[in-house]
Design a protein around this ligand. Structure first.
Ligand code: APR
Ligand code: ZN
Length: 235
């Protein structure tokens, strides 16, 4: 992105390691004291197979070539996630297809949240054609069960989750295109790694209320996508 080569993007987040430790690179499983053993696609053009880098924040070390290959096999959005500890460098974005996210407050309480009203989020994504960021570019994808309705308590914590979900939506992280684990259908819009509650008064699917741990769990899932509580304040 912005004219930077994948190697330049990856190097932004790395410190050079001159004397690599006698440990294995957990991407290619070869020793860090020797060359990268990565043989798959995406390594083209990287300077030296022996180069090792340390991710600046978490300190985990890999072959430079291995990290560039990992970056090239992702959606190349300028961000990098440590495969060991999941620390995110830059701003992680996803490949959610175009659509709409709306929300409003409804004057009813959710099971387990008797003292407040309820936020209803409505996601709408139409079917379309996969882009270069998807598994099968040029191939159509289906979109089942839309509009999908989701519920949060209209409490302080519920509103915080909503603010962060709006950030996740803008970063295209709520949905993806792939194979549904529920229906087995491929090339379809699926939930990404942030759980939503799609049942209001019942809990037949397990994606309903009451669930006392839900808000904390979804905050953790958002954090794993690089969306922390501070981000919501910027809205
Ligand atoms: N509500 C909320 N989350 C769900 C649901 C559901 N009904 N079903 C599955 N999930 C969660 C799963 O626990 C998993 O973490 O979504 C993630 C991806 O599961 P998939 O089955 O691959 O996702 P998808 O096909 O999008 O969802 C299946 O969810 O909202 C409904 O209409 C939708 O019936 C469809 C179902
Ligand atoms: Zn390696």
């Amino acid at each position: 992105r912005k004219g930077k080569t994948p190697e330049e993007v990856v190097k932004r987040y790395l410190q050079k390691v001159r004397n690599p430790p006698e440990e294995d690179c957990t991407i290619c499983m070869e020793t860090l004291t020797g060359p990268s053993g990565y043989k798959g696609p995406g390594v083209g053009g990287v300077s030296r197979a022996e180069s090792v880098g340390r991710l600046a924040q978490c300190g985990h070390q890999y072959h430079l070539q291995c990290l560039v290959a990992m970056y090239n096999n992702g959606n190349k959005d300028g961000s990098l996630q440590c495969p060991t500890c999941k620390t995110i460098y830059g701003v992680k974005t996803g490949n959610q297809p175009p659509g709409k996210m709306e929300y409003h407050v409804i004057p009813h309480s959710l099971p387990g949240h008797p003292d407040c009203k309820t936020i209803r989020i409505i996601y709408n994504i139409p079917p379309g054609i996969q882009g270069p960021e998807h598994q099968n570019p040029g191939k159509p994808f289906t979109a089942r069960g839309f509009p999908r309705h989701c519920y949060l308590p209209d409490s302080e914590k519920g509103r915080k989750v909503l603010r962060l979900l709006l950030v996740a939506w803008d970063r295209r992280l709520i949905f993806s295109v792939g194979t549904s684990s529920t229906t087995g259908e491929s090339d379809t819009v699926i939930w990404n790694e942030v759980h939503h509650k799609t049942e209001f008064g019942s809990n037949l699917t397990g994606h309903g209320y009451p669930d006392p741990g839900y808000l904390d769990n979804v905050l953790e899932e958002l954090k794993a996508q690089g969306i922390a509580e501070e981000d919501g304040q910027q809205l």
